[in-house]
Write a protein that binds this ligand. Structure first.
Ligand SMILES: [Zn+2]
Length: 241
């Protein structure tokens, strides 16, 4: 079966447990001897690799044989892109449960290809995060005002995690994000991956979007990603995109 490696855990002296994503969901498999110098599995039992694995039976099946299908070199050789892919791996590993795995696996493969092709890793991360929320059944109301359905002059209410129009945004104690922020959130949420074109927002706007997606994951899934914290501190250290 095709298995995309999300993370690996050392097992005994020479083995590795592979936490993979497949069309059947997150699957653990045991790669015996994968850390030995002479093992044919050694080079392919790494995170962010796509393998074709012939596995045994049981809860922790053994990898009997494997072929490397793709190691996504254009992502791996780019620091920002590989950091984004680590965030994606962690998002899937922690949050995916009983979902439509065939569809999500296909989306993940198409996403990694776009990540390799386009020079817009952080915008693509925002897109992935928002679309994954929808996949996981925690869809966000970003079409119109969540109170009156008006489509004009929208703001993002971060406490509500939804859009509101100017007329409904009356709570002076709340922070409403205006103009480009709601537009970016809408664009990333509804964008077709194949047709996606980067918007090239300012560094500040991009950071705000990536913080708002964090807030949505905390709100809906009680999730806080470790890789994402690293990515944000990386962005903090930069002046331009
Ligand atoms: Zn309204």
């Amino acid at each position: 079966m095709r298995a995309y490696i999300l993370k690996t855990i050392d097992y005994g002296d020479h083995g590795k447990i592979l936490k993979t994503y497949t069309v059947e969901g997150v699957k653990s498999m045991l790669a015996r001897g994968a850390k030995k110098m002479e093992s044919p599995l050694r080079h392919m039992c790494q995170p962010s690799m796509l393998i074709e694995a012939d596995i045994g039976k049981g809860d922790l099946p053994t990898v009997k044989d494997a072929n490397l299908l793709d190691h996504f070199p254009a992502v791996k050789d780019d620091f920002d892109k590989s950091t984004v892919l680590q965030c994606v791996n962690e998002l899937i590993y922690v949050n995916v449960g009983d979902d439509n795995h065939e569809k999500l696996f296909d989306f993940l493969m198409r996403f990694i290809r776009r990540l390799a092709e386009l020079d817009a890793p952080f915008e693509l991360l925002a897109l992935f995060e928002l679309k994954l929320l929808w996949f996981l059944g925690a869809g966000v109301h970003l079409k119109d005002c969540h109170l009156c359905r008006k489509k004009e002059d929208l703001r993002y209410d971060s406490r509500e995690g939804a859009l509101v129009c100017a007329d409904c945004a009356k709570d002076g104690a709340r922070l409403y994000h205006k103009e480009e922020i709601p537009a970016l959130l809408q664009y990333y949420y509804y964008a077709d991956l194949a047709a996606f074109r980067p918007k090239r927002p300012t560094q500040a706007a991009l950071k705000t979007v990536l913080e708002l997606t964090d807030a949505l994951y905390a709100m809906h899934l009680d999730y806080k990603g470790r890789a994402k914290s690293i990515l944000k501190s990386l962005l903090d250290g930069r002046k331009t995109t």
